[in-house]
Each structure stands twice: as C-alpha cells, then as structure tokens.
Design a protein around this ligand. Structure first.
Ligand SMILES: CC(C)(COP(=O)(O)OP(=O)(O)OC[C@H]1O[C@@H](n2cnc3c(N)ncnc32)[C@H](O)[C@@H]1OP(=O)(O)O)[C@@H](O)C(=O)NCCC(=O)NCCS
Length: 138
C-alpha cells in the first residue's frame, strides 16, 4: 500500500503571551533580532499588543521545526522561517533557505488574552525526500 501521508507533516505549538511581554518594547532586543525577520518585527511592533503577535510567530516557527522533523530534517534557524500575510490577510510561511524551496507550507495562528498558538502543515512533493537535503545546525 502506498503511504500517501509520507511526505506530509504537521506541527503545533502553544506559548504563554506573558513570556513575550519583556521583549515588546524593544525592537533591537537580542532575542528579537535572533528569532524574527525584519518584516515580522515591523508587523508585530505596529500592533497594539506586540507580545501576542510575537508569541504567535514564535509558535509558528516551533511548529515548522516540529513538522520539518516529521519529514526527516534535523533543524532550521528560526530566522529562516518568515510569517507574512497575503492580500486576504491570511498568514503564510516562507522558508528563506533555498534548501527548503520545494516544501509547501500552510499555517494557522490564534491568540487570546493569555496564549498564542500555531498549527502548521508541510508538504514535500512525492518525488523528493529529506535525504536529498543537508541538515543544518539549529
Ligand atoms: C479572521 C478571524 C476569523 C480571526 O479570528 P479572531 O478570533 O479574531 O483571531 P485569532 O486570535 O483567533 O487569530 C488571529 C490570527 O488570525 C489570522 N488571520 C487573520 N485574518 C485571517 C483570515 N482571513 N484567514 C485566516 N487567518 C486569519 C492572523 O494570522 C491573526 O494573527 P496575527 O495578526 O498575529 O497574524 C475573525 O477576525 C473573523 O473575521 N471572523 C469572521 C466572523 C464572522 O464572519 N462571523 C460570522 C458568523 S455567522
């Protein structure tokens, strides 16, 4: 039987927004610069409560990391994962390392007063396998 789910992987993560409040007043904080891309920083810090948007994006990056593990990849630098909005305001993921060009991504984000979460689905076309790529350090 062909396992049609072999090249599909999911990841999820949830974070307490409080953890991100200490970063939400300084765009230049070392943690912010290490984890988020320029356009993510612009988006989060343009909102009333940056911490919840920072938390949601962190969740998305963790969820991508988990989903990549499910496809056999060892790791990815969080700054190589960018969350942006399309013209309909739907969040999308761009993997900025060329090695991951063939991976298709879907993401959904949510936050309430206390927590943020993200769910991610990755798809690697059937002709590809993770072993064709070199794992990179996290
Ligand atoms: C888009 C919508 C579903 C977001 O729900 P919400 O509870 O306000 O927000 P959540 O905290 O769960 O999620 C927020 C995230 O949703 C994502 N989002 C926003 N608009 C989106 C859309 N159109 N599609 C998918 N995701 C969307 C964003 O990523 C956002 O997070 P971000 O700003 O950090 O990027 C909501 O605003 C909406 O329009 N609901 C429709 C209500 C409606 O028509 N009801 C009719 C009932 S009969």
């Amino acid at each position: 039987m062909i396992n049609i789910l072999k090249n599909i992987s999911i990841g999820t993560d949830i974070e307490n927004i409080k953890r991100f409040e200490k970063y939400s007043s300084n765009k230049e904080d070392a943690f912010i610069l290490k984890i988020y891309t320029k356009s993510e920083i612009e988006y989060c810090f343009s909102r009333n409560n940056p911490a919840k948007h920072l938390a949601a994006r962190f969740c998305a990056k963790e969820a991508v990391y988990k989903a990549l593990c499910g496809l056999g990849f060892v790791g990815i630098n969080f700054k190589e994962i960018e969350i942006y909005h399309d013209k309909n305001n739907v969040p999308q993921i761009k993997l900025l390392n060329k090695k991951f060009d063939n991976i298709c991504c879907k993401v959904s984000l949510s936050h309430n007063k206390d927590n943020a979460m993200a769910s991610v689905l990755l798809y690697l076309p059937l002709s590809q396998t993770a072993s064709q790529f070199t794992a990179i350090d996290h």
